[in-house]
Design a protein around this ligand. Structure first.
Ligand code: NZQ
Ligand code: ZN
Length: 395
């Protein structure tokens, strides 16, 4: 039962190893001042900075550089960038980087002319912008978040121990994104595999909700199968263009509003992962990998205690994604073997399996649970104690 929905996605994509050449075409659609946002310098080492700056110069743009966007961008950086964008009256924000740089750019785009505190308005209160918004475009260098084709913007406030995502509407989605798989070749292995798991988690967060028959679940299974296949190639051969390009495309479709259609979503792994991130500043994808197996096993235990209501999706996951044979097995055995197969794949690609590796300690569990946003999902509503228990099992 898909119900009623609107579907549109305003982001234009340019994909492939020749895609940067389309930047000059896109730049014609915007005024003379471009704010180029980027991170800690990887684009200067791999040549992407020079390539982009050349195109901006050839297009005659005045370039305002906003460097130093940190992984898990902070609220302090957001305020700084918003002031800079307003001061220079920028016509376009061009994000050159991964999810952090693109998320940050959306936050700046919505905050430059915001008359209230943007952290309170957008992130804490989840309100929508009612001021002028600066258009955002992106050149993606790190695969995983889907930020290149969605409205998501996650900002961290270390003073308040909060990491909160705002999903902005179409106005903040990138007007265009340039996806060149070769731009991701310089990623350190740790970041590459963190992005693989982030992608997997985005699909699972949406797949593990609703109990009906839904086209979206079949799409999700296809994306997961493709990701598993290509990730196992890419970990051994990171410059394998076929694998890396398939993963880049999968990551974009994993979180670009398509899989959300007809789905409630769960997102509790992300809520717990973001709380770990708020306290440790750990790499996003690794906060998810550390809690996923404990989380899904905990949910499965709840299902077993509730006459197996909701077990079908777990069985389907085991059979359709992991090819688990079903003969002579109970539903619970099949479902458990699906999660075990997920864990096996995670070990093979090498992601973090324990939150203690990210700096989490027993005496932090209560505080991290306090920072975790919870709400009713299709499986259960996690209490504070449930979150503490999942965190404890993840250590
Ligand atoms: O800062 P630089 O020097 O660029 O280095 C980055 C950073 O250290 C490096 N990197 C990126 N591209 C590279 C590269 N190094 C070498 N070669 C390249 N081509 O990788 C590191 C991580 O980059 P970052 O942008 O932080 O990673 P990611 O794309 O995973 O973004 C993480 C942020 O996105 C949020 C996360 O919470 C986190 O704050 N998310 C955004 C979402 C959305 N917009 O919908 C959803 C996600 O669930 C996620 O929450
Ligand atoms: Zn994520």
């Amino acid at each position: 039962m898909l119900g009623n929905f609107k579907y549109s996605n305003p982001t234009k994509l340019y994909f492939g190893n020749d895609s940067l050449k389309f930047l000059s075409e896109e730049l014609k659609n915007y005024g003379p001042v471009v704010m180029m946002t980027y991170g800690g310098g990887s684009i200067k080492k791999n040549g992407i900075y020079d390539a982009v700056i050349n195109i901006l110069n050839q297009a005659g743009k005045t370039v305002i550089e906003d460097a130093g966007v940190m992984p898990n961008p902070t609220v302090e950086k957001l305020y700084e960038g918003a002031a800079l964008a307003k001061k220079h009256n920028v016509d376009l924000i061009l994000a050159v980087g991964g999810g952090s740089t693109i998320d940050y750019s959306k936050g700046v785009a919505a905050s430059a002319y915001c008359e209230q505190d943007p952290w309170a308005k957008y992130y804490v209160q989840q309100q929508d912008p009612d001021c002028k918004i600066i258009p955002v475009g992106s050149v993606l260098t790190m695969v995983g978040t889907g930020s290149e084709m969605n409205g998501g913007s996650v900002i961290t406030n270390h003073k308040e121990n909060l990491k909160i995502g705002k999903v902005f509407d179409d106005r903040l989605m990138p007007k265009f994104s340039i996806l060149n798989p070769e731009f991701t070749f310089s990623l350190p292995q740790y970041q590459m595999i963190a992005g693989f798991f982030d992608t997997m988690s985005h699909i699972m967060e949406q797949y593990f909700s609703n109990f009906d028959d839904n086209t979206t679940d079949y799409i999700a299974e296809g994306l997961m199968r493709s990701l598993v296949h290509s990730s196992l190639i890419a970990v051994k051969d990171p410059h394998n263009y076929e694998a890396r390009s398939n993963i880049m495309w999968t990551a974009t479709w994993a979180l670009n509003t398509l899989l959300k259609k007809g789905k409630n979503g769960d997102w509790m792994v992300h809520m717990i992962g973001q709380a770990i991130g708020a306290h440790t500043d750990a790499t996003h994808g690794m906060t998810l990998s550390a809690v996923s197996v404990p989380y899904y096993k905990y949910i499965l235990e709840g299902i077993c205690a509730n006459q197996n209501k909701g077990i079908e999706k777990f069985k389907r996951f085991a059979v359709n994604v992991w090819n688990i044979p079903t003969e002579n097995k109970t539903d619970v055995q099949i479902a458990t073997q699906g999660i075990d197969a997920l864990a096996q794949w995670m070990k093979e690609i090498g992601v973090v399996m324990h939150s203690s590796e990210l700096g989490l300690k027993e005496d932090m569990l209560q505080a991290v649970a306090n920072s975790t946003i919870t709400y009713p999902t299709d499986y259960r509503t996690l209490s504070h104690d449930d979150v503490v228990e999942i965190l404890r099992r993840s250590l």
